[in-house]
Structure formats: C-alpha cells, structure tokens
Write a protein that binds this ligand. Structure first.
Ligand code: FAD
Length: 452
C-alpha cells in the first residue's frame, strides 16, 4: 500500500501474524478455500467435531475484508432472512473470549442508528417489530436519551434506533485468534497457499490443486470472499457477485463520545478497544465497473434503484484488470491468486477528507484528531445482499459460502455453525433455503435486503 495524501498513513495492522505449518497435507476430509472469518470459523467448528479439515489462504489470515471491516456486530437492521444466524452469532461472540482464551476486543456496547428526520426515524421504527419477533431489546429512543449515549454538541438528531445487546470486536485480533483456536483443535491452517483449481472424478470433487501441490478431498468449501465469483466461474459455476470499495480511517485515542457503534447518514463511528475510533463516511461506497457489472448488472438493478445516490460508479483500472484475467487457467502455473496475495485497494483521499469534515461537525471536541491509519476494503455483494450458502448443483462435494455483502463479520460465527451443519449433513437448526444460489437463476424475484 502506498500513501497518497498526508492523511493516508498506513500500516499492516489489520491482521496479526499467523504461524502456518511448513508441511502440506496429502489429504483432508474437507478443504476450505479462504482464511476470512467464514473460513476460519468453519474450520474451528469442524475441527472441534473431530473432522480432518485443511484451510488454504492465498495471503494471510484476515488480510482482506475480515481484517478491514468496521468491527460492528449488529443484529439491528438485519433482514429477517439473516436473523436466526445473527442471533446465534451473538451467542457465540459472547462466549468466544473465554472459549478460545484470547482477547478479541468483544464488548456488548450497543448499536445506534441516529435519525436526522422524523421520516428516517419512522423507517427505523418499523424494524422494532422484527426485533420483537426474535426477542431482541431494540427500541426507538428520543433525542434526549440519545444524548446520554452520544456526547455530541450538535443537535442534528431527532432520535435513534437502539439495540443495547449489539456488540463490536477488533477484526484484526478476532479472526487470527479463531484461526489459532482452529489450529489447536487440529485444523491445518495454511497461509500463502493459493488454491488454483479443483480436480474431479465422475462429477464429484476429488482434490484441490494448490500452489504447493494437490490435497485429496471429497468436500470443498469455497469461502473466498471477493474472489468467489471468479473461482467458481473457472469451474463452470455462475455466482452473481460485484465488488464495492469502502474507505475506512482509524483515529488516535481520544475523548469518549460513544461507547459502541453509531450510524448516521454522513458519519459512522465505532469506539475501538484502544480508545480511538474507526470512522467512515457511511454513504460513500464505490463500484468500479468491470466486465462482471455487465454480466450480472441486471440482477443488481433493484438493489441499485433502492438508493441510486449511495453508490459512486467509475470505470478504470478494475475494468482492464478483470478484462485481462482469463476465465480459466492452467493449474500447473502461477495464477491470479498468487499474483494478488492480498486485495489491497487504495483508500479514497476525498472520502478521507469528508470523514474528517463530517466528524468535526458532529463532534467538535474531536477537531484535529489524528488519523493514524487509513485503508480500503473490497466488499463483495450479491444482488439481494443476502449470502449464498449452498452446495453447487451438478458438482457434488463443492460448497459455496459467500456474498456476505458488507455485513459478514458480525454474522460470521453464526453463519459458520450453519455451514458446518450443511457440510457434515447434521444440520444446525438454521434454515438455509433463502441462501441457495439457485434463487438468482430460477425465476425467484430478487428481493434486495429489507433492512432498517
Ligand atoms: C470496509 C468494510 C467494512 C465492513 N464493515 C463490517 C462491519 O462493521 N460488520 C460486519 O458484520 N461486516 C462488515 N464488513 C463485511 C465483512 O468484513 C465481510 O462480510 C466478511 O469479512 C466476509 O468474510 P469472508 O470470510 O467471506 O471473506 P474474506 O474476509 O474476504 O476472506 C476471503 C479470503 O479468501 C482468500 N482467497 C480468495 N481466493 C483464494 C484462493 N483461490 N486460494 C486461497 N485463498 C483465497 C482471500 O485471500 C481472503 O483472505 C465490512 C467489509 C468491508 C470491506
């Protein structure tokens, strides 16, 4: 990563080192592609059940989305299709530190969606009914009560949606810690180990081909985040997925203005364990148009029309890069996965300026606060912003878990329980039919996430 403005002071703090074993297994019951929160949590649950699992990560654990996110663990505002998984996830997060014996920065510090207009507050209030169905403590609070949670000198808000039982954690700590726990339980976690492709026999998976050799297996989980669509396309499976860049900043420790997570149309912040803030401009997401935009764009139209101003479109380097990437490749030569060990987009300097401006308007007491780090992450989204968790049709043994669409960190452990149930055939009591891949192709109307 290179700095392009005085505010872009970067370091590689988003993922802590993980010691990968030097030998590579010849076989495994299950191979997982991807060392983000989905891959490592699934490896952990599988290993705890005594299953011989190997996880292959092309770069380092949590190098991509799972180490770059805002760190919100939010039930509030979720689509009902995700509710059972997120409720289960919170249960796991609450006991996680004790169970794995590591500090992951988890705290149940609440989540606030602050509203600037009554109309917005009414929209948020609709979600209280969903919360009640799942026994959550979500409620609408007044501007006065909001002032008890948020020390802002500004009076721009008329109230908020508030869930006290929502949490936060430190992504760069949590994901490597879960990977280490998986390792202790017997999982083989391999970093700098790109999976180039698959081998099959009679329509069923027989092995994965990695840059370090072949691992024989009959079950593969592709949890490759922003690379899933490309990987799956190379084995003949269409996964509609587009990438969106989000820019994030981290401040130095400062006065406490909020304990947990605060979302507002212009500025969203989370208090970090170190006393600083992860701060973002909530509405500035960018999609660089690529050939995939033309391939899958029509399926994303409904989601785009819900909020056409929320996404900046551009065309440039990403288009050329994807255009120049072949859709299939030889498995005995270097692939795109080794050439891009870590997807590390540049943060947008204009977005960083807007974060500072908006932060200082809402929190004048933070004026001049130091931004110690800025980075960007590539969010991967499905047309309805609901994940795909499914076995591929016509390819026995090949499973996909992807498309967490900008909110997969919090739900990660809960999703992993459901995925473990799917892979082992034991189930997990979490209904996954809404997450099937076929919904994008079988004429089912695409229902973009209905969240507050
Ligand atoms: C800026 C930003 C803010 C976000 N904020 C939040 C938030 O506050 N709360 C929340 O819940 N979610 C948030 N998210 C979303 C969340 O981070 C993701 O949904 C989640 O991390 C996805 O996890 P994953 O394991 O599916 O993918 P990833 O974390 O992207 O991991 C996939 C891994 O697969 C590896 N890989 C890919 N191809 C191969 C291959 N061929 N061989 C080997 N390895 C491969 C990649 O290197 C990568 O490490 C945010 C995301 C971003 C980018």
């Amino acid at each position: 990563m290179s700095g392009t403005s005085p505010e872009i002071l970067v370091s590689q703090t988003w993922a802590q080192p993980f010691d990968s074993p030097r030998s590579y297994p010849e076989s495994a019951d299950i191979v997982i592609i991807g060392g983000g929160i989905i891959g490592v949590s699934t490896a952990w649950f599988l290993a705890k059940r005594g299953i011989n699992v190997a996880l292959c990560e092309k770069g380092h654990i949590a190098g991509e989305q799972s180490g770059r996110n805002w760190g919100w663990i939010r039930q509030q505002g979720r689509d009902t299709r995700e509710m059972p998984m997120i409720v289960e996830s919170l249960r796991i997060w609450r006991g996680l530190e004790e169970e794995i014996g590591a500090d992951v920065g988890f705290a149940e510090t609440g989540c606030l969606y602050a509203a600037r207009t009554d109309k917005q507050l009414d929209k948020y209030a609709d979600w209280v009914k969903t919360a009640a169905e799942y026994g959550l403590d979500t409620r609408v609070i007044s501007a006065d009560e909001l002032r008890q949670h948020v020390r802002s000198r500004s009076s721009i808000w008329c109230g908020a949606l508030y869930t006290a039982s929502d949490g936060r954690a430190e992504p760069h700590r949590a994901v490597p810690a879960i990977a280490r726990a998986a390792s202790r339980e017997g999982a083989t976690v391999l970093t700098s180990c790109a999976v180039r492709g698959l081998e099959s026999a009679a329509g069923r998976i027989s092995a994965v081909v990695t840059e370090h050799g072949v691992i024989k297996t009959s079950v593969v989980l592709c949890a490759a985040g922003a690379w899933t669509s490309m990987f799956c396309r190379s084995v003949g499976i269409a996964v509609p997925q587009l990438k969106v860049r989000g820019t994030v900043t981290r401040t130095a420790p400062a006065a406490n203005v909020v304990d947990g997570c605060l979302f507002d149309d212009k500025i969203s912040i989370r208090r970090r364990q170190d006393g600083g803030y992860t701060a973002v401009n909530s509405m500035q997401l960018e999609h660089g148009i690529t050939p995939s935009t033309f391939r899958y764009g029509a399926k994303f139209l409904r989601a785009f029309m819900l909020d056409p101003t929320g996404m900046r479109l551009s065309i440039g380097r990403e288009f050329v890069e994807e255009w120049n990437t072949p859709s299939t490749w030889d498995l005995d030569a270097e692939t795109v996965f080794e050439r891009t060990r870590v997807l590390d987009p540049e943060p947008n300097p204009k977005t960083i300026k807007s974060i500072r401006r908006n932060l200082e308007i809402v929190f004048p007491q933070l004026a001049g606060i130091e931004f110690v780090e800025s980075w960007a992450g590539m969010i991967e989204a499905t047309p309805d912003a609901i994940p795909v968790i499914d076995e591929a049709e016509n390819y026995e043994g090949f499973y996909i878990a992807t498309g967490f669409s900008g909110h997969g960190f919090g739900i990660g452990p809960g999703a992993a329980i459901a995925i473990t149930g799917m892979l082992t055939g034991y189930g997990a009591g979490i209904e996954l039919s809404e997450c099937r891949l076929g919904r994008f192709f079988d004429g089912t109307p695409i229902r973009p996430q209905t969240s507050a």
